[in-house]
Design a protein around this ligand. Structure first.
Ligand code: AMP
Length: 225
């Protein structure tokens, strides 16, 4: 099963991608997580990406396309993968198509999480993430078991720099201009499924699972307990 999850920043892509990773035991590949890790480690990639990310701008297409081309060659992607935050432009979507063509693979489904702007801003401003594993929480909607501490690795939770108000506005602008056109792109490829992303996390997960299972996209995949 090879899935792309589309949606604005704050639409719940990361949360749902991690849920699917756990359920179907296929890797969730998040370009945002890969870039943040590179920034944290101070690698050449991180130094290049940092200034774009801090301003809420998209990193140049070729940088993320190269990351994905390498990542998809890894053995854990053989049974499938979930792409979270990639592609984000039509150029990236075309490049993904070419990478997959070379590997004789195809995308099975593109899920678009639909959320209104007011809800996105509320979600992003309350979002907290684990410093170590990147798991997402929210001060109102998804609190950890112990205040300020990650449920998975006991690390402290922080607010991402790019979840601060000014940067959030810029990220939403970039989304509308660069990423929204992908809905039409994937609709034209008959791959798009719309998901109501405003419901609670568990209801959205349920809708995604039933959409995937209705489309017979989960054959041969082990479902986690
Ligand atoms: P995310 O965690 O997906 O919201 O990504 C955080 C930031 O990383 C974005 O605001 C961009 O600066 C950068 N980024 C992540 N994925 C991409 C991508 N596919 N193309 C360009 N920039 C990206």
């Amino acid at each position: 099963m090879r899935i792309v999850i589309l949606g604005a920043p704050g639409s719940g892509k990361g949360t749902q991608a991690r849920f699917l990773e756990e359920r179907y035991k296929i890797p969730c590949i998040s370009t945002g997580d890969i870039l943040r890790e590179a920034v944290r480690r101070g690698t050449e990639l991180g130094r290049e990406a940092k200034s774009y990310m801090a301003k809420g701008k998209l990193v140049p297409d070729q940088v993320v396309v190269d990351i994905i081309a390498e990542r998809l060659k890894e053995g854990d992607c053989k049974r499938g993968f979930i792409l979270d935050g990639f592609p984000r432009t039509v150029v990236q979507a075309d490049a993904l198509q070419k990478i997959l063509d070379r590997m004789d693979l195809r995308i099975d489904m593109v899920l678009n999480l639909e959320v209104s702007e007011g809800v996105l801003i509320r979600r992003l401003s309350g979002r907290r993430v684990c410093k170590r594993c990147g798991a997402n929480y929210h001060v109102e909607f998804q609190t950890p078991r112990i205040f300020g501490i990650c449920d998975y690795c006991n690390e402290g939770l922080i607010q991402r720099d790019d979840d601060k108000e000014e940067v959030v506005r810029q990220r939403l602008k970039e989304y509308l201009k660069q990423t929204l056109p992908l809905r039409v792109y994937y609709k034209n490829h008959n791959l798009l499924k719309e998901i109501d992303g405003e419901k609670g996390i568990f209801e959205v997960s349920k809708e995604i699972v039933s959409t995937l299972e209705r489309g017979n996209r989960v054959d041969n995949l082990k479902v986690g307990s």
